[in-house]
Design a protein around this ligand. Structure first.
Ligand code: ARG
Length: 462
């Protein structure tokens, strides 16, 4: 029989279609463990402050823990009649412990309750995602360590610019992930504030102790204003914003992997364990993992946008619109976690750099032209003059189908008397990279130091 949810004020049962429309149980069941944990703390606080007796609180806590077990064993599967996870738990509790179960909701509203649950959930998720970011960084570092002396063309405007140490390229992503990790740590500070005890919107007439529940739940503090406590979703928006930036980074890396795997670049080989075939073209090996990551990025941006729009017109305090925060948040969390996991596996085991091809690539272009200009500038020729001169040289070489290294010493000297035999050494790709030894540059010495610094960064506590 349908149990009555609302007060005696209601005379008619809810239209079944409206009941389905209103219900959130199909997705907010995700919060159940946090709902139980929050309720345990609330029950203990009610006894601590003398609002209910210790025996009553013990009964409530035992009942709540029984529900946790039932849920974990797949025996608690509330349906649409429960409306949401909070009602589902309260009903089951009353079935288990009897009328005392009806005391649990004293001095509390679903408004502060759902805010508490969501924060407890997100706090856990942030911790897990930060751990995943560390794994991702560590795989990038391992790869970087293997490829300090591997050269790769560096691009601006997707045109060959200057050659790089491959490690330097990979370490750029390490730094992005480092900011992501730090940013999530910062978001965590504002997630970890307790709204519990804000009541429906105005606080409560009972002598509750908000700091006590906050402490039991390991929150760092409590919301100072009850209206703000029940209606704030900044923390969810901040999370989705940080999540969107993680996706920006993963998607840029994905794009590069996709390009590198193409016949045209051929910088990497995809291993069978992380690539897929075509149902019609037997020769194909497709980079589905980075393509999916790139594709899923839009979902996370979409969830961020959804929450921003959700919030912009809401008057204080709680409005049912806020129920819509959950699916966006949950899917954002799941998507980021899945993408981080897949990209970490892909980098760790799914691809191999084709070092021979990379060595050829950096030797067959004019990406050492800046170094010829630098060579002259270091010998007193004003840089702009040197730059113009090298431009001419490149033009002549292109017309003659030659590279800079193919010019004879006489030809160099004709261009400028400052050229000596050591010009050949100065324009060799290995030297071109080694010479960029400015702090944060691609020079091998800098890159080795950057790897060391990165290692200590990820092994330092928090
Ligand atoms: N299921 C609701 C939500 O997710 C819980 C809070 C309901 N509060 C209310 N006043 N109707 O937002």
């Amino acid at each position: 029989m349908q149990q009555q949810t609302w007060s005696q004020r209601f005379e008619l049962a809810l239209n079944p279609a409206i009941a389905r429309f209103n219900a959130s149980i199909s997705f907010d069941i995700e919060l159940i463990e946090y709902d139980l944990t929050g309720s345990v703390a609330h029950a203990k606080m009610l006894a601590h402050t003398g609002i209910i007796s210790t025996t009553e609180a013990e009964q409530l806590v035992a009942g709540l823990e029984q529900i946790r077990q039932e849920y974990q064993q797949g025996q608690f599967t509330p349906g649409i009649e429960a409306e949401d996870v909070h009602f589902a738990v309260e009903r089951r509790l009353t079935e288990i412990v009897g009328d005392v179960g009806k005391k649990l909701h004293t001095a509390r509203s679903r408004n502060d309750q759902v805010g508490t649950d969501t924060r407890l959930y997100l706090r856990d998720q942030i911790t897990q995602i930060r751990t995943q970011l560390r794994e991702f960084q560590s795989v990038l570092l391992n790869l970087a360590e293997q490829h300090i002396e591997t050269l790769i063309p560096g691009y601006t405007h997707l045109q060959r610019a200057q050659p790089l140490s491959l490690a330097h390229h990979l370490l750029a992503y390490f730094q992005m992930a480092q900011r992501d990790w730090e940013r999530l740590g910062d978001v965590y500070k504002r997630v970890n504030i307790s709204p519990l005890g804000s009541g429906a919107l105005a606080g409560t007439t009972f002598p509750i102790d908000r700091h006590y529940t906050a402490q039991l739940l390991n929150f760092d503090g409590v919301y100072a204003n009850s209206l703000d406590g029940v209606s704030d979703r900044d923390f969810a928006i901040e999370f989705l914003s940080a999540a969107s930036l993680i996706m920006v980074h993963l998607s840029r890396l994905s794009e590069e992997v996709i390009l590198w795997a193409s016949e045209e670049f051929s910088f990497i080989k995809l291993k069978d364990s992380c690539a897929t075939g075509s149902s019609i073209m037997p020769q194909k090996k497709n980079p589905d993992v980075p393509e999916l990551v790139r594709g899923k990025t839009g979902r996370v941006y979409g969830h961020l946008q959804a929450l921003l729009v959700l919030m912009k017109g809401l008057p204080l305090a709680y409005n049912k619109d806020l129920q819509e925060d959950k699916e966006a948040l949950f899917d954002g969390v799941k998507t980021v976690k899945a993408c981080l996991e897949a990209m970490t596996i892909l980098l760790d085991q799914g691809l191999e750099f084709r070092t021979n091809r990379l060595a050829e690539a950096v030797a067959e272009d004019f990406s050492n032209a800046t170094d010829v200009a630098d060579y002259l500038a270091a010998r007193g020729v004003p840089f702009r003059e040197a730059y113009n001169l090298v431009g001419k040289v490149v033009k002549t070489c292109v017309a003659a189908g030659k590279l800079l290294k193919d010019l004879s010493l006489e030809e160099w000297k004709e261009l400028h008397p400052a050229f000596e035999e050591d010009i050949y050494q100065a324009i060799a790709p290995q030297q071109v990279v080694a010479a960029r030894n400015s702090y944060g540059g691609t020079g091998f010495e800098q890159v080795s130091r950057a790897i060391q610094a990165a290692r200590s960064q990820i092994s330092a506590a928090s």
